[in-house]
Design a binder for this molecule. Structure first.
Ligand code: GLC
Length: 481
């Protein structure tokens, strides 16, 4: 079997901040059936999951960074907890913190450039002694974007010069940009003539570097690939130049972990895929959510789960909910998320202004998220851009109809019921567009027969990794031969 190493900053259930964690924690488990053994390496954080796991140190090393020496150990998980070989790298002083990206004040860690380069250097240090073990190095997002460059251009790592590297882009709006003179001393030795490869717009740009150096560039949906080429501000010309190695592969979901019949986060499970069991399942979970947040009964419940970031459009949603309720539209909303502090305030005010109608929990909470997928009638995603979006896939698996904007992966997965599809598409992403989507949802909910039929249809769709894993296997084999 050929070996692929996934290098990432997140891997569910060890460390997850968003969908990338889900993908890295699921895809590798689906590859062995396609003759690929995939392993994962991430930094060792001081977060809960790691505490009761057993790791064996398999490699120890040090490397210079700035005028200091950084020690590190590569550790392999030897207890249960991951369905594939899982490694983490312990970098004392840099990653042994209780959060993945953010300091207590909600801002990124101040030493982010150093941390970031140190982890990628540690991966390289380990790979040059174990380079025969992995046939392909697959890196995720800008955080790991320097690795394809280090493999190609660092004299110290020249053993890896001809090893293929692949970049997955989960979010192309984050670039990992560093100011040259603040960061140059952290980099491993590189010939002056090669330094320019790291540069884009006068800065070190980790994403641009990876786009130039990786053998293949994957976006997490086909539609998002086209959007990046068309509209990535100063990076668009780079995507256009590298187009022949770019491809979109739609994410899947881990249908074993996300199973309404056995989800360990839920207390009310689906008995079977029969229509009447879906009714019972949805009603029981909706009741739990209504009770917990004291929401009125007999109204359609529209959920939102996500980071309060520009991308996800929660600001638009809060305004649309307020305007809709003010104009006497009859629905309940439940918002689960956290992020931008102003937006958190805005959502809390909204919930206080409409008691019994708008419930909210300002948190990142996996358990509650599962109840929202299971208990809502609709899940709304007013994303301004969405590389793939997994929430619409999770929601459909749990019998919840998506209301989604027409961008990126949402375009690939949510077709409007008007066009024979399985959701409600928000065509104009503004307050009126959202209110229109909500009003169509209310109407659909009232037509019980049609609504039930739709639930039945969406729960039959297969968005598991089975399909996409075979596309990855095909991609890998192209570079292995
Ligand atoms: C990021 C993107 C999201 C995608 C996920 C997994 O979180 O914003 O659209 O589904 O990565 O690839």
């Amino acid at each position: 079997m050929k070996n692929v190493l996934h290098v990432s900053s997140e891997c569910y259930p060890a460390a997850k901040a968003g969908g990338m964690g889900d993908v890295v924690g699921a895809l590798p488990a689906y590859l062995p059936e396609h003759d690929i053994l995939a392993s994962v390496v991430i930094p060792k954080y001081k977060i809960k999951w790691f505490l009761d796991k057993i790791f064996t140190t398999i490699y120890e090393g040090t490397f210079p960074i700035g005028d200091q020496k950084q020690s590190f150990t590569v550790q392999k998980l030897t207890s249960t907890g991951m369905p594939f070989p899982f490694y983490c790298i312990d970098l004392p002083g840099l990653f042994d913190r209780d959060s993945i990206y953010l300091a207590e004040n909600g801002q990124g860690f101040k030493d982010e450039p150093k941390r970031n380069i140190a982890f990628q250097t540690a991966v390289m240090e380990w790979l040059i002694v174990r380079y025969e073990k992995f046939d392909i190095v697959h890196v995720h997002d800008h955080m790991m974007g320097l690795i394809p460059f280090f493999m190609k251009f660092c004299p110290k790592y020249k053993k890896l010069k001809n090893n293929p590297s692949i970049l997955s882009i989960h979010n192309g709006s984050y670039r990992g940009q560093f100011v040259w003179n603040e960061v140059k001393s952290f980099l491993p030795e590189i010939a002056d003539s090669d330094l320019g490869v790291l540069d884009w717009d006068g800065q070190i740009n980790s994403l641009a570097t990876a786009i130039k150096c990786a053998w293949a560039i994957i976006t997490v949906s086909p539609a998002y690939m086209l959007e990046l080429v068309r509209d990535s501000d100063t990076l668009s010309p780079l995507y256009a130049t590298e187009l022949n190695k770019c491809q979109g592969i739609l994410n899947g979901i881990d249908s074993k972990n996300w199973d309404p019949r056995s989800d360990t986060y839920l207390s009310e499970h689906l008995k079977s895929y029969k229509k009447e069991d879906w009714i019972t399942f949805k009603a029981a979970n909706k009741a739990l959510l209504q009770e917990k947040y004291k929401l009125k009964k007999d109204r359609p419940l529209i959920g939102f789960i996500g980071r309060f970031a520009f991308q996800k459009g929660a600001d638009l949603l809060a305004d649309a909910i307020r305007a809709g309720l003010a104009s006497k539209m009859k629905f309940n909303a439940f918002i689960l998320g956290s992020g931008d502090k102003e937006l958190e305030q805005k959502v809390m005010h909204l919930s206080n202004a409409f008691p019994g109608v708008v419930g909210t929990e300002i948190a990142y909470n996996e358990q509650l998220a599962r109840l929202v997928y299971a208990g809502c009638d609709f899940l709304i995603m007013p994303s301004r851009f969405e590389p793939c979006g997994l929430n619409q896939l999770y929601s459909m698996r749990y019998g919840t109809v998506p209301i989604a904007s027409h961008v990126g992966g949402l375009k690939d997965t949510v077709i409007d019921v008007i066009n024979g599809g399985q959701g409600i598409v928000i065509n104009t992403l503004d307050q009126n567009g959202l209110m229109n989507g909500i009003s169509r949802a209310i109407k659909l909910f009232k037509d019980k027969k049609k609504f039930l039929k739709l639930i039945h249809t969406i729960t039959q769709l297969d968005y598991s990794w089975n399909n996409s894993a075979s596309l990855y296997a095909k991609l890998y084999s192209k570079y292995l031969n």
